[in-house]
Ligand binder design. Structure first.
Ligand code: PLP
Length: 433
């Protein structure tokens, strides 16, 4: 530990640990302009909703590591399950070999999900889970001899990942991927059917391109990483109806919304919609290890059953169904079964509504909105490095993006810590707008 000084992020801290200073010239950070990116904070431990920093400070985590840490950091039940699995078998390939954790997890996910979403294809990241869903949808039609259906219809304001196929179905103008416009395959990215005119437009597009479009994909109820925008259950039902009417495969991307984040186990439950394919990731392992899943209905799965070897789904991530990750996911599902996570989400929703309301009407505030354990203050504009620094000074980890200040805390966060998050959000917005 060196002597106290102002750290690059503005907090009063000791010198950064040697590994951080030595590794800094070699690391490339996500979504960061490396010329101006503030030096990151060294985290040496984490417990429930608190991050322990290398200099001894603690931050209350309002982000839950991109909303993955559902049960808080270092939950003993998940830690013990992963440690036990490490003794038995950390990994074995899923091609031709089987292990208990993946098979048990597949069976349990099928039971957690509604309808006949019964066939689980594992991968390691959400983007790949979406890629697999797109591939399933396109090949479903190819296997039936419908060769032209290679397009996807998605919605403005959406986010489905950072790989090339998923970038092509994200909001085309959100800034994150706009640069690649010419390099991406052209898809149909349309308005959400929030009113009658937009519903008509959606139906017209689907009718006109019924031979071109393989699938419709949407993040149900909350479009997350492209702007934390909410839409109603009615809007989701309109999308499902339109997809059905025009014979499309409906893909729900529940990578953000799944596992109680919007107040029910899955967002689709609030609309009574059951898709043909659902994508899961993020909180699947409770924020412990990377794992994602693409879960298909019997109808989609049966579209691949054939005497023709070429009809098989040709996909297989090397680490798919990793045993440690599946053990973590099984332990996380245990906690969703036996801990009051839905009630936790409702408690957080109430606290966020009350705590963020004072931001409404402040200068520069465009909207304040809450759904489940998601709280959002939308501003006219913001300087995210300045805001992040101010939050750190208040002992809170909040990571604004675009014009959004949001929180997605762990479900296990205490009321006092939650109050500190909402107070900090309102205060920082008041100080800076
Ligand atoms: C995060 C996210 C993805 C991408 O997941 P990665 O694991 O980052 O590849 C896709 N869709 C949604 C809705 C997400 O929130």
């Amino acid at each position: 530990m060196g002597k106290a000084r102002r750290s690059p992020d503005g907090g009063l801290s000791t010198a950064p640990p040697a590994w951080l200073a030595q590794g800094w010239p070699h690391i490339w950070l996500p979504y960061a302009q490396m010329k101006t990116a503030p030096a990151p904070l060294a985290v040496v431990g984490a417990k429930n909703a608190r991050l322990k920093l290398g200099d001894g400070r603690e931050l209350i985590d309002g982000v839950a590591s991109w909303w993955t840490v559902a049960h808080g950091y270092d939950h003993p039940h998940i830690r013990e399950a992963v440690a036990r699995q490490l003794e038995v078998l950390p990994h074995v390939m899923l091609g031709g070999l089987a292990h208990e954790q993946a098979y048990t997890l597949a069976r349990r996910l099928a039971r957690f999900l509604p309808g006949d979403l019964n066939r689980v294809f594992f991968s390691d990241s959400g983007s790949v889970a979406v890629e697999v869903a797109l591939k399933m949808a396109m090949q479903f039609w190819l296997n039936r001899g419908e060769r032209g259906r290679t397009k996807i219809l998605s919605f403005k304001g959406g986010y489905h990942g950072d790989t090339f196929a998923t970038m092509a179905i994200c909001d085309p103008d959100d800034g994150m991927h706009a640069l690649f416009k010419g390099a991406l395959s052209e898809q149909f990215v349309v308005d959400l059917p929030t009113d009658a005119a937009k519903t008509d437009a959606l139906n017209r597009t689907l009718a006109r391109h019924a031979r071109d479009i393989a699938a419709v994909i949407v993040e149900p109820l909350v479009q997350g990483a492209a702007g934390m925008k909410f839409h109603s259950a009615e809007t989701l039902r309109r999308i499902a109806d339109a997809a059905r009417r025009h014979g499309m495969i409906l893909i729900l991307d529940e990578i953000f919304t799944g596992f109680a984040r919007t107040g029910t186990m899955f967002a689709m439950g609030q609309a009574g919609v059951v898709p043909d394919i659902v994508c899961l990731g993020k909180a699947l392992t409770g924020g412990t290890l990377p794992l994602a899943a693409t879960v298909a209905s019997e109808r989609v799965f049966e579209g691949f059953l054939s005497d023709d070897p070429a009809a098989a789904l040709m996909h297989g991530p090397t680490y798919m169904g990793n045993a440690l990750a599946c053990a973590a996911a099984n332990a996380s599902l245990d906690l969703f079964e036996r801990e009051p996570r839905i009630a936790d989400a409702a408690r957080i929703e109430t606290a966020l509504r009350r705590g963020l309301e004072p931001a409404r009407g402040l200068a520069g505030v465009r909207d304040v909105r809450v759904k489940g354990a998601i709280g959002v203050i939308e501003l006219e504009k913001l300087d995210r490095n300045d805001l992040r620094r101010r939050f750190i000074e208040k002992g809170v980890w909040i990571r604004p993006f675009a014009n959004i200040v949001y929180t997605t805390p762990p479900f296990t966060i205490g009321d006092a810590d939650l109050a500190k998050i909402t107070t900090a959000m309102v205060d920082v917005v008041r100080e800076t707008t």
